[in-house]
Design a protein around this ligand. Structure first.
Ligand code: PLP
Length: 341
């Protein structure tokens, strides 16, 4: 297979149209057979529920070229299950887990020429999403839905090297108790845009959101979960019902325990404890882990001992082990790597 003529090392994190996408429609109470198509546009009613009441959810995962030249995805069954759960919470018909995984396979195969080569640092980002397409004006779920999967090549996240982030404790809330913080709904992102634009204007890279009820506990950022490393090398991640269950974070906690032999804890993390940690990182599919160097709490600077020039030692070990598993250099736990080509 001939690869596309793309400058893989310099593509950035943006949308670039690829050849094929997968579409399945939910009509008359059932999902149709679905197909790969070439049309990258969507035509729908001006009154579609996605446009009026934001009835939409999404997933994000990547396809990689491994050291021995295979094209693989990482734990796509967990993305499938998470979208299944999200759809239920948004009163949308869930797309079957096995069909989701097969749809991802098909789209990646059809766009194999866009999967960046091993060692380029770039990957093929995969975006499954599901939305209400039929008209609603009175507030209720739509009757008809569309499930789509497209792909787009994305560049190395840490272009020009890893630089620890400076983040602020936000005065905005991301998720309410008993709300939708634990599901991957588009609406969680719509309402976070003002907070992130404001944070960027103030010179911060990201927001640290607190629990909305007591504002004493750490939750997550707009699109990544936290992990902390204590001074005695324990890996800690916040526990809360309104945190989105990151697949990267769940995988890193497994790697910490089973590959690195570290003690791990998922528990409530208080803002008051932030000064006790040695390292902090943000985890998600896009960057795997972005190290945090500084947390600013209303003018009070909390400088992580790992500093502003490199990843902390344990964060680096976690990053190297998980990316090693993804790239086929380190043996993966059973079922983590799905070979596509
Ligand atoms: C998608 C997402 C993450 C990261 O999840 P991964 O499965 O690791 O990519 C974290 N937080 C939020 C709010 C998200 O939407």
């Amino acid at each position: 297979m001939e690869k596309k003529d793309i400058d893989w090392a310099n593509i950035g994190f943006g949308y670039q149209k690829t050849d094929k996408r997968y579409v399945s429609n939910y009509v008359d109470g059932a999902w149709d057979d679905g197909a790969l198509i070439s049309d990258d546009t969507i035509t729908m009613s001006e009154c579609a529920s996605v446009l009026q009441y934001a009835q939409t959810c999404f997933e994000g995962l990547k396809a990689y070229t491994t050291e021995d030249g295979k094209i693989v995805t990482f734990r796509p069954d967990l993305n499938a299950q998470r979208m299944f759960d999200t759809a239920k919470r948004l009163e949308m018909p869930s797309f079957p887990v096995d069909r989701f995984v097969e749809a991802v396979d098909e789209v990646v195969k059809a766009n194999a020429a866009y999967v960046p080569p091993y060692g380029s640092g770039a990957t093929l980002y995969i975006r499954p999403y599901l939305f209400g397409i039929s008209p609603v004006i009175g507030v209720k779920p739509a009757d008809n839905y569309q499930f789509r999967v497209f792909t787009t090549p994305v560049g190395p996240y840490f272009k020009g090297g890893i630089k620890p982030l400076t983040i602020k404790i936000s005065d905005f809330d991301r998720a309410a108790p008993n709300g939708t913080g634990h599901v991957k709904a588009g609406l969680n992102y719509a309402m976070s845009l003002h907070a992130i634009v404001t944070a960027h204007e103030e010179g911060y890279d990201e927001n640290m959101y607190l629990d909305a009820k007591t504002r004493t506990k750490v939750e997550e950022t707009g699109g990544a979960n936290f992990i902390f490393v204590t001074k005695d090398n324990k890996v800690v991640t916040p526990k809360s019902d309104s945190i989105l269950p990151s697949i990267t974070r769940r995988s890193l906690m497994h790697v910490a325990k089973e590959y690195l032999g570290l003690e791990v804890e998922e528990r409530e993390v208080y803002v008051d404890e932030l000064t006790d940690f040695a390292e902090c990182g943000l985890c998600g599919t896009a960057a795997v882990i972005s190290p945090v160097g500084k947390i600013v709490d209303h003018g009070k600077e909390i400088c992580l001992p790992s500093g502003m020039t490199s990843m902390g030692d344990t964060t680096k070990k976690l990053y190297d082990t998980l990316t090693g598993i993804q790239m086929g250099k380190i043996e993966a736990p059973e079922g983590w790597i799905r070979e596509i080509l």
